[in-house]
Design a protein around this ligand. Structure first.
Ligand code: PLP
Length: 285
């Protein structure tokens, strides 16, 4: 395997950044993840748009143009022989003697890219069975719209889920409403049959998969409401699912130990999974 580190492809096992990198010391950086279908980038534009926005919000310089970055991401995919998988990009504020405030003068941002293969047949089979989620109290900072590498609450939430045999943890705010998952957006098909996912004015990440799926849903004319829901509503829902570059559209069959309906992956979720994958494959670049 190969990784891209600041302008060069190096052997994955030997890839390294400096110990004074602000990403390493202060989580002062952002990341993006693209799904790879047929060796191509899925929802490329949406992920780039969010990357530039995350960097701008944190006043980190753009390390290169979108065209140049696209070439490097594709090269990472090619060198690692990825047909189906994920590409990871991380940009930090760079290497400087430790100080909370930004380095002055500014230093070049650090760029790291890795790519890995995924067994798509196995993840499809898993999705068909569906997974469970647990709820955890929302304890993240107020800028979850930025795709920051500061992921400790997400890591702890995901570990809690793993220890209870769940695939995801849903954060619940102090109004009792689900914000999103540790690494995905949260959806239900409510008791009335309406698709529901939280609006992005809330403190959540604006999922690119979420946006694309909203287009698919609107084109199909399915009832949709960007209204938040509680855990009780999710437990009483017909179906639930999560979306993300990693999970794509993955059915949820149990919420905090309560089975949804017959406990099988829901038909709407499975239909949307297939529709999303078909569209993403067609539009991948
Ligand atoms: N919410 C969080 C906290 C995430 O880390 C992710 C990442 O996958 C998502 C939502 C889904 O975003 P996307 O669909 O852009 O991958």
């Amino acid at each position: 395997r190969f990784a891209y580190v600041n302008g060069q492809f190096v052997r994955h096992g030997e890839a390294a950044v400096h110990i004074e990198d602000r990403g390493y010391q202060l989580a002062d950086g952002v990341y993006e993840v693209w799904a790879v279908f047929d060796g191509k980038l899925v929802d490329a534009e949406g992920h780039f748009a969010r990357l530039w926005r995350s960097l701008d919000e944190l006043r980190i310089a753009h390390p290169m143009s979108e065209a140049a970055l696209t070439l490097v991401l594709r090269e990472a995919v090619r060198r690692n022989k990825v047909r189906e998988g994920l590409v990871y990009l991380q940009v930090t504020r760079g290497v400087a003697r430790r100080d909370h405030a930004f380095p002055n003068p500014a230093v070049p941002p650090s760029v790291v890219i890795t790519a890995k293969s995924i067994d798509r047949a196995a993840t499809n089979a898993k999705a068909e069975k569906g997974g469970s989620v647990i709820s955890v109290p929302e304890n993240r900072w107020g800028r979850c719209d930025i795709k920051s590498i500061g992921l400790l609450p997400n890591a702890l939430a995901k570990q809690a889920a793993r220890e209870r045999g769940a695939v995801e943890a849903w954060f619940v705010d102090d109004m009792g409403l689900v914000t999103e998952g540790a690494s995905s957006n949260a959806w239900i098909v409510d008791a009335e049959g309406t698709l529901r996912t939280r609006d992005t004015n809330a403190n959540i990440l604006r999922g690119v998969t979420r946006s694309t799926l909203l287009e698919v849903i609107r084109e199909a004319g399915l009832p949709i409401s960007e209204k938040p829901f509680t855990i009780a509503e999710a437990q009483a829902a017909k179906e639930a699912f999560i979306t993300g570059a990693g999970s794509l559209v993955t059915p949820i069959v149990q919420v905090d130990g309560v089975k949804l309906g017959d406990g099988q992956a829901g038909p709407v979720a499975m239909k949307l999974r297939r529709a999303y994958i078909a569209r993403a494959r067609e539009k991948a670049v």
